[in-house]
Structures are given as C-alpha cells and as structure tokens.
Design a binder for this molecule. Structure first.
Ligand code: AMP
Ligand code: ZN
Length: 485
C-alpha cells in the first residue's frame, strides 16, 4: 500500500506523491526558544519523527528542515502581546541570546532522550535575516504590502486564496474582531512582515533593512528558511493544529505572493494537542509539564514516547500520570517479552546480529512477514501508530512465530517506532527499583493534591492504578505509606 496522509489542505486522506521521485522535502515548525519545551510541544516533534521514519522506511531520501524561532514571536500569534524572547530574558536577568542558547540546548536534549532523529537542517531565525529581507522585498515588489505606523504589513486583500488552508470565513471574523488589534492594520488578518516601530523600547535584536532598522514578523522566517533549503515548492509541511488559522495561513500567503507558485506546499500535516486534565497546556502561562518533570517522577522518556504512540496523531490526547504509568507498564512488559525471546535463542548477543542483517525470504513468506506487512500498512495509513503497536505485540505473542523471526520483526518495526527496544535489552534494564519507588511517590503526591481539591474520584483512580500494580496505600494521619500487596 502506498503512503497516505491526511492533508489539511482539502481535509482528505491523499496518496503521497513527491515532487521528485524518491526524494521528500519536509519542513516542520520548530520550537520558540524562550522557555523549556513542554510535553505537548514534544508531541509535535515525536509526530514529525514518526513521519520522517515512515518516509525513510518507504525508501524516500528525506531532507528534514527544522527552524529555531529565536526572534519575533509575540505572545499572540497575530502580532499582539509581549515579545516572548524579550519577556523571558527580562524575567531571568539574561540577554535574549543567552535565553535562546539555553533553551535550544535543552530542547535538543529532550528530543535526544525521546529518540527523535536530528533534522537534516536546523536553522535559526536570527541567522537568516538576509534571506527574510530578500523574500519580503519580492513580496513588496509584487504589490502585496503597505506601510503603516513605521511597519511593513502584508495586505491579505491582494491575495485571493487567503485562508484556504483553515477554511477561514473572513467576513464573519471582521465584525468586532478589531478590538485589541493593531490599529495600523487595514484588515485584522493583515500581518507584519517587518517591524521598525517596536512597541518594545528595549528590543535587543535589531537589524538594518530597506524599511529601517527593526526585526522580522514571526511568520516570514518559516517561509524564508523552508524556501532556502527545500526550494520554492516542496512536499510536506507540519506543525500543531493551532498553526492552521494564523501561522501556516500567513506562511502560505507570503510564500505564494513572493513566488507566484501555487501550491507552495503540497501536503499539510497537523498534529492534535496533548491536553492536561485541567485544560490547555501553555508555555507562555508557565502552567506546563516538561520531560524532565516526568523523569523526576521516575519515568523513562521512552515511556512518554510509548504513551504518545498509543494515540493517533490527529486525536487529542489527555495526559495523566495514570495513563503514563500504564504506558510504562506496557513498555516494561514488551521489553520482558523481548528478553524471553532473546533467551530462547540462547545467545543474547545474537540480537544485534539479527538487527543488522537483511530479512531472509523465509521471514517474508511466513507469518512473521505478514505481521510486518500489516505493521507497514498501518503506518502507511496516515501514521496509524496504535495499530502499529498492536502488530508489534502480535508478533511477540504469537507462538507460531519463531523467536528469531519475532526478534527480526521487532527490530524492523522499531526502526519506525523509535522505541530503542533492542538497544534497551542489549544494554540491560535501568535500575528498576529506584525508578519504581520514585514514580509511586509521585503518584502518592498527586493523590494528596487531588484530595486537597476534593477531587476524590481522581484520588480513588490513583489508588486503583497502584493496586493493579500490586501496590497498596495506607493513609496515616500525616502521610500515606505504601507496601506491596
Ligand atoms: P512553539 O514552541 O510554541 O512554537 O510550539 C512548538 C510546536 O508545538 C508547534 O508545532 C505547536 O503547534 C505545537 N504545540 C503547542 N502546544 C501543543 C500541545 N499542547 N500539544 C501538541 N502540540 C503542541
Ligand atoms: Zn512555522
């Protein structure tokens, strides 16, 4: 089966056909580095990773480009609010450059721990200002801009296809939408290409440009850098679902205005959000969970990866420690099963041999081959990771499949899933008891917090989750203790 992707442009499942045979140009919006990435942001990058791995598995030579937003992103995507980098630097008593450097490094530590492959090109906005200026000039020369209040704006009325991606009904939104909107804008959906009159007096990042000394609007960086590294039209662009109505809509408008090529991007892939039971996770409000917080509670980053793969990328996922504990238990059982199969082979070192050798014809023709084919069909069907995981479990559980073939299949599937299964088994399990103890303590603390806000259902669910793991809680006057039941 050919790879099929749900294209937001058109809202249908479409067979994937690249512009150039055998090659794929892929751009995924990267992080805004004014704070740690939260686990919702990281969901987006796990999805990009699964997409890239699926494409590579299918034989495509993928160029994956990721930007680092280190300038110009205001707290409102629509040019409103504070400058995210500047605000963060002021709060932390650092320069904007120091903040960008710190959180870029932390971001790549997180992605490495989640076994996310490094993009082919990582490009910082601040290192591509001349490319942005050149692109804005093309947009200006073709008549899509106006000056107001010292800034250069994109005039959406000049771009007939504006809002196609998000199916925006612009007329509906005009009335009343001007409240709080930059009064220089002729239309509330117009957006800034270049700021010279910063509302932030202490703006630290400034560059000379034909429109005066200033800095770029947020959206232009993604158009300029993707065009620079992937060409004026390319295959796939991805990001979170929140980017559909503004950021990606504006990227399309300015790119197509500059080049005259339609469509600029052929497939748009958007992941749904990870939400907390309290609601939306927001980096700017500070109410969010980091990967490190999960690690501090005793989870392995790959437990979180496993948790994410259990849901389809276009479904909203609610995060809870209970669900993460479930994912951890499942991953642990998976590793135990692999260990059993390795033991059945007699020699643990044979796993790496199997991993690095091609699949023999006997594998492909037998039942193991059918599991692997079903796995690939699932992933090729708009990245259906939950079905992929079911095939992984299937091949491991099936008594008809030999230990050797089961392990070959696991290794082949894990090239796409990226759970590092063979490596984890080869290097030995992490110190289990300490990890387990930490996570029990974290759940006890979460239960105490739930009781404090009189959320007794949640407290009971946590007690039940632990009971299912053989852990019994006893409430004492000032503390809760646990024991194995
Ligand atoms: P940012 O660093 O805020 O620019 O966001 C990085 C990526 O994370 C973007 O693709 C967002 O659309 C995506 N994103 C933001 N919040 C969430 C969330 N809660 N769940 C999934 N993706 C998210
Ligand atoms: Zn972007």
């Amino acid at each position: 089966m050919a790879l099929t992707l749900f294209n937001t442009l058109g809202r249908t499942l479409q067979p994937f056909e690249p512009l150039m045979a055998g090659k794929v140009g892929f751009y995924g919006c990267g992080p805004t580095v004014y704070n740690y990435a939260h686990i919702g942001n990281l969901r987006a990058y796990v999805v990009h990773d699964i997409l890239v791995r699926t494409l590579r598995r299918a034989g495509f030579d993928v160029t994956h480009v990721m930007n680092i937003t280190d300038v110009g992103h205001l707290s409102g995507d629509n040019d409103e609010g504070d400058d995210k980098m500047l605000k963060s630097a002021e709060e932390r008593g650092k320069t904007v450059w120091e903040v960008a450097d710190l959180y870029t490094r932390r971001f790549f530590q997180d992605t490495q721990q989640l076994n996310i492959q490094k993009p082919t090109v990582i490009c910082k906005a601040t290192e591509h200002i001349p490319d942005m200026i050149a692109l804005i000039k093309r947009i200006e020369d073709r008549g899509f801009t106006y000056h107001a209040g010292g800034n250069l704006y994109f005039d959406i009325t000049q771009f007939a296809a504006y809002g196609e991606l998000g199916r925006l009904r612009l007329e509906d939104q005009k009335a009343g939408a001007r409240i709080g909107v930059d009064q220089n804008k002729r239309n509330p959906h117009d957006f800034v290409l270049w700021f010279t009159k910063s509302k932030f007096e202490n703006q630290a990042m400034l560059w000379d440009s034909p429109w005066g000394r200033g800095y770029p609007g947020w959206h232009i960086e993604c158009s300029a850098m993707s065009i620079k590294y992937l060409g004026e039209t390319f295959d796939i662009h991805a990001g979170g679902i929140d980017h559909v109505p503004i950021h990606h809509t504006n990227e399309i408008a300015q790119s197509e205005a500059a080049t005259g090529i339609h469509p600029w991007v052929r497939y748009w892939v958007h992941n749904e959000f990870l939400v907390l039971d309290k609601g939306k996770m927001s980096k700017s409000s500070g109410s969010f969970l980091t990967l490190q917080a999960l690690v501090d509670s005793g989870y392995d980053p790959l437990d979180y990866r496993y948790f994410l793969l259990g849901a389809h990328y276009r479904s909203q996922v609610q995060f809870s420690y209970e669900a993460l504990t479930g994912a951890r238990n499942a991953r642990k059982s998976l590793l135990d099963r692999i260990r059993e199969r390795v033991q059945a082979l007699g020699s643990p070192s044979s796993l790496s041999g199997l991993r690095n050798s091609p699949l023999p014809p006997s594998f492909r023709e037998g039942k193991a081959g059918a599991y692997l084919a079903a796995f690939h069909t699932a992933l090729d069907d708009d990245l259906a990771t939950p079905r992929g995981l079911a095939e992984l479990w299937g091949i491991l559980r099936d008594p008809v499949v030999s230990a050797e073939d089961a392990l070959r299949g696991v290794c082949a599937m894990d090239e796409v899933l990226g759970l590092n299964l063979a490596e984890t088994v080869e290097t030995g399990a992490p110190e289990e008891s300490e990890t387990l103890r930490d996570s029990i303590e974290a759940l006890i603390a979460e239960r105490a917090a739930a009781k404090k806000v009189r959320d007794f259902d949640r407290a009971d669910r946590i007690r039940q989750t632990l009971k299912e793991q053989g852990i019994i809680l006893e409430d004492r006057p000032n503390e809760t203790v646990w024991r194995r039941g």
